[in-house]
Design a protein around this ligand. Sequence first.
Ligand code: MIC
Ligand code: SF4
Length: 646
Amino acid sequence: MGLNVTKKILKSHLLEGNMLPNEQITIKVDQTLGHDLTGIMAGQILESVGVEKVSTEASVFYCDHNVIAASSENTDDHMYLKTIAQRYGVHFSKPGNGICHFLHVQRFGKPGKVMLGADSHTPTSGALGMIAIGSGGLSVAKCMVGEGFKLTTPKVLNIKLTGELQPGVSAKDITLEALRILSVKGGIGYIIEFTGDGVKSLSIPQRCTIANMTIEMGATTGIFPSDEATFEFLKAQGREEDWVELLPDADVEYEKTIEIDLNTLEPLVAKPHMPDLVVTAREASEVKADSVFIGSCTNASYSDIVKAAKILKGKEVHKNIDLTVGPGSRQVFEQLLADGIIADLVESGARILECACGPCIGIGQVPHKNGVTVRTSNRNFMGRSGSNDAFVYLASPETAAATAITGRITDPRDVFDVSNLKDCVEPLTYKVDDCLIISPKDVEDPKSIEIIRGDNIVPLPERGTLKEKIEATAVLKLGDNITTDDIIPGGANILKYIANIPKFAEYTFCYTDPTFVQRAKELKHTIIIGGENYGQGSSREHAALLPMYLGVEAVFAKSYARIHKENLINYGILPLTFKNKDDYDKIDMNDVFVIDDVYAQADNREVKVRVTNKNIEFTAILDVSDFDKRVLKEGGALNYLKNKLK
Ligand code: MIC
Ligand code: SF4
C-alpha cells in the first residue's frame, strides 16, 4: 500500500520508533518558530542550558503579539527576544512585519519539511505541504538545540474536498464546516490531511485558513499536498527553488475519511464560546453586533482583505459598528496600499490596524461589557478577547464585511452581488522585502551580543525532582473543554507579564475563580480536577508553568488536549486520567488526595489514589511514554535538558 503525504514526511524524518499505532516516534525538526509571548520562554531556556547556537535549518522569532507597547514591559520583552535571537543564530522578525504563521508561510516554510512552533496555530504552514506542529516554548527550545520531537504516531484523518467554492463562500466556511462535523475534540490523535479535487482550486492563503484551524479540531496538525498551486505561490515569493512536489500515492488508505462538498457549502459562523458551535450566517441573522474585526493569522491575506473591501466599497460601515482591519503581514499591507484597497476600506469607515495579532488575543479592541463582536480569527473562547463577558462570533472576511454594513450577522450573498468577488485573487508576484528581518547573517560576532534584560524578565522558577509521596488538596474542580485561556487569559494587561512569572501567576484562573491564587498559595500542595479535553486551545505553557509555580502537583482529568499534556509533563505536573470516568463524580474541591510510592506507581502506569477525607480510593492512569516518565521524575523538561547537557 502507498503512503499519504503525512506518512511520507514522517518517514523521511524518523529518528526513532516504527510508526506503529500508539507507539512513540521521534522525528527530526528542520525549522522552529516562536514569538514575543512564547519565544521569551524558549530564549530563557537557551540561556539556562547554555548552548553555543541553535542547530536547526531555520529558527525564527516573530514580534507580533504584544506589539502595542503601552508600557515598557512589552518593549523589554522585544529587546530580550531580539538580543537572544542575535546571540543564538535565530532570525528575528521586527514588530510590524506581520503575524508569525502567515509570514512563515510567505518567507520560510518549505514543502516536505518538519517544523515545531511555539504556538498552537503553527499548523498554518501545513498549507505548503509541511508537517508543522504547535508545542510549548520548552519543547521548541529542545528542538532548537538538536533534540528530535517525540510524539505518538499520529493517525491520519482525510478530509476530502470535492467541487469548488461558490462566490461568497470562503475557505473559512470549509474550516467551520469541518469543525461542525468533527467538534473541538474530533481531531484528537490525528493529523488531518486534505485531499480531493476541491484542493486544486484553493490558493495557498486559503489553505492557510484551513490548516490554521485544524488545531481547533483538536488535531496534531493539518497538511495539504504540495502541488502546482504551491509552486506558483513559492514562485510568486521568489522561492521556487524551495518547491518539491508531494502528493499522496494513488492506492493510499486513511484511518478515517470525511467529505465536504464545496459546491453546496454556505457562509457559516461559530457562536460564542466555542469554535464548533457552527450555524449558517442566515440562521444567526438576528444577532446584532457592536464591532467587527477582519484579520488574524487565519484570515488576513491579500485576497481575504480585497474581498472584504470589495463588499464594503461605496458603502458605509453601519453606525453601530466599529470595524477594524489588520493585514496579516507587511507584504500584504504594501500590496493593499499599492492597489488602493486600503483607501477603499478607510473610505467605508474601517480603521486600519498594524500587521499583528491584535484583537484576536485581546491586545486592543477589547469589547465593551457584554459586547458582541464578529471576528475572522480562529477562537471565541471565554476571556480570549480581553474581557470575560464578550460574545465572539467567528466568520469569514466576506461575512464579516457584510455584517459591518448591516450591523447584524449577514450572509454576504444577501447584500452583495457575490459574482463580483471572482476576480479577488492573490497577486502573481509579491513584493519581497525582508528589511524587517534581522537574519543570523546580519550578525557579525554573535558571541559578543549582550543579552538585554529589562526588569520584566525574571529568571524562571526552578523545581526539584518528583516527590515520592504526593499529599495535596483539590483546589479546583472544572468541567469539560477547559481552555488555556481559562487557565491564564489573554489581554494586553495580563500578557505583558509573560516573562515575569511571580506577577503573571497572580492572574491564574482569574476569571474562572478569582479566589484560586490565594487558596492555592494557602494550601501550598494542590491538585486540579478537570473534565474532557482539558487544556485545549493555545500552546501557552504558562497554563502549566503557573499552576506548577503555585503548587499544583497533579491534574486529574477525563482527557487532555495534546499540547497542554506535553506542557504539564514539561513542567513536572502529573497529567493523570481516571481509569473509571465515573470517579470524577465522586471527588470534589477541598478533598485531600494521597499518592504513595509515586515512582513505582508511575512506572506501572496505574496509580492508586486515596481520598483521605472521604476514605475512598480510585485508580488513575499515567498515560505517558517511558521518556516522559523520566522527564516527570527529573521534575520537568528544563531539569532534564540541563542534566543532559551538563
Ligand atoms: C493564541 O492564539 O492563543 C496564542 C496567543 O497565539 C497562543 C500563544 C500563547 O499563548 O502565547 C497560541 O495559540 O499558542
Ligand atoms: Fe496571533 Fe491570534 Fe494567530 Fe494566536 S491565533 S497567533 S493570537 S493571530
